[in-house]
Write a protein that binds this ligand. Structure first.
Ligand code: ATP
Ligand code: AMO
Length: 434
């Protein structure tokens, strides 16, 4: 529609054609109002029954809520209208009539279950507070990309159909690939590492990862978005610096550019970009502090992975984003490098929003012999990874990086209770369509 005006741009005195959805019709007798909604906002359309063409009034007031219409008419100032202006229609077209019964109420007056909302995402995203989540998600991704570009990283795209997994065999989705066994990729880990040895040196990717997670939880998806970074010639502490900068850039962009969206979510007063350095706790300190809270039934000992309740207790204790560093080597994957002076300690790190894990990363094992030995220690067959290991024989620089969960970042930033709210069409154990 070449001559369309967005409702937010309609100025008094203009003759406009606005197009959008019928949000509400209020018939007060002699006068009636239709509220028209488009992506920019809402506008009041006024019907004065005695002064207007009967057909126009009948069509305008008879149309079902959520139908798509266009209205042409003059804009006038009207202090009693919700936005201070209104349109008096000269003509009105019903472009796509909606059924009278809707599976959910986009005006938000009637609450709907999350599953009903997810089954009807098109209608669900007509609500300002739901649309706001995805506007914010887009802004965070834009800011994250810009931050990586400022750090001279090159955006890459790696295959999602692969021959081997990297993050634990039980979480793989197998597929058939021309009669051969293949998998949906769990992480771009090995590909991003291969690229730091290429002429690119420093890379990032924002893309899907697939995990056949064992549990259906409010913070696990079976298809998630991983924000990955990898760079030659940096160590794990520098990777942590980048990780912190990227997360802060996301928050700052939202604070700067998404005030309307924060308001739609009721977060305008409480939203705050993190300032100051994220504390860096060693794993050893972390388990001591968790034990000291007394919130776990059993005390943690060196070598234990941190249970969900432990993470929660520590998060409450620390109260801000923080890193956990120096994990025991045995609970970190084969590609993570150990400390040179203590091979029981790894350079792996996690970054926590106080409520949950957002990031894993570390310095990588770049020495061919150590890498192959690491595979064997973790019971993996180095031959299956030959496409990866062989490049470590031809000049692989020291390197480090991390993977940041895109949906967990949005979920924790906006205080969403369920990670599915941060995904348009989430994939979980029960949900394969839409
Ligand atoms: P990673 O991405 O490294 O797997 P994660 O954040 O997914 O980390 P956590 O969420 O910390 O892992 O979970 C730790 C362990 O607890 C995992 O094995 C996970 O499957 C399990 N777990 C998480 N939530 C639940 C739950 N509600 N019930 C039972 N087990 C759970
Ligand atoms: P990890 O397995 O910890 O590390 O994944 C990195 C981050 O991705 C997010 N994430 C998920 N989010 C939602 N649902 C899931 N099922 C899910 N799985 C992971 C989390 C997690 O912290 N290769 C390493 C990264 C690296 O070392 O560079 C990796 O994949 O926020």
């Amino acid at each position: 529609m070449r001559n369309r005006t967005y409702t937010a741009d309609a100025e008094p005195g203009d003759t406009v054609t606005v197009a959008g959805w019928v949000h509400e019709v209020r018939d007060l007798g002699g006068i009636a109002f239709l509220i028209l909604r488009d992506t920019s906002g809402k506008i009041q359309v006024k019907f004065e029954k005695d002064e207007m063409d009967d057909d126009l009034v009948e069509t305008g007031l008879g149309v079902h809520r959520e139908s798509v219409i266009s209205v042409t008419g003059e804009v006038a100032e009207e202090p009693r209208a919700p936005t201070g202006v209104e349109v008096t229609p000269e003509s009105l077209d019903v472009i796509a009539e909606a059924e009278a019964q809707l599976p959910l109420d986009p005006s938000g007056k009637v609450d709907a279950e999350l599953s009903t909302r997810l089954d009807n995402r098109t209608l669900d995203l007509r609500k300002d507070e739901v649309k706001a989540i995805f506007e914010i998600r887009a802004e965070v991704q834009r800011a994250v990309r810009e931050q990586f570009r400022d750090l001279r990283a090159t955006e890459i795209n790696t295959p999602k159909i692969v021959a081997t997994g990297t993050e634990g065999g039980t979480e793989l989705f197998p597929i058939t690939y021309f009669g051969k066994e293949a998998f949906m990729n769990q992480s771009p880990q090995l590909f991003k590492q291969l690229m730091v040895g290429s002429g690119l040196e420093r890379v990032f990717e924002v893309g899907p990862i697939f995990r056949a997670e064992e549990h259906n939880t409010p913070r696990h998806l079976n298809e998630a978005t991983s924000i990955d970074f990898e760079s030659a010639f940096i160590d794990h502490t520098e990777a942590m610096d980048v990780c912190e900068a990227v997360v802060k850039a996301g928050y700052e962009a939202v604070e700067e550019n998404c005030q309307d969206e924060l308001e739609a979510l009721g977060l305008e007063d409480e939203f705050e970009a993190p300032s100051g350095e994220f504390p860096r706790l060693s794993y050893e300190e972390a388990i001591q502090r968790i034990n000291a809270t007394g919130k776990l039934d059993e005390q943690l000992v060196w070598g234990d992975d941190l249970p969900t309740e432990g993470e929660k207790a520590l998060g409450e204790d620390v109260g801000e984003h923080y890193f956990i560093t120096d994990w025991p080597s045995e609970i970190k994957p084969f590609y993570i490098k150990d400390h040179d002076d203590d091979e029981t300690l790894s350079t792996g790190f996690d970054m926590m929003h106080p409520n949950m894990e957002l990031v894993s990363g570390g310095q990588r094992e770049h020495r061919f012999d150590h890498l192959v030995a690491g595979f064997e220690q973790q019971g993996l067959d180095p031959d299956a990874f030959e496409y990866y290991t062989k490049m470590f024989k031809y000049g692989m620089p020291p390197h480090a990086g991390f993977g940041l969960g895109g949906e967990r970042l949005i979920m924790t930033m906006l205080g969403l209770e369920n990670i599915r709210e941060a995904v348009l069409f989430p994939r979980d154990r029960q949900r394969l369509s839409p």
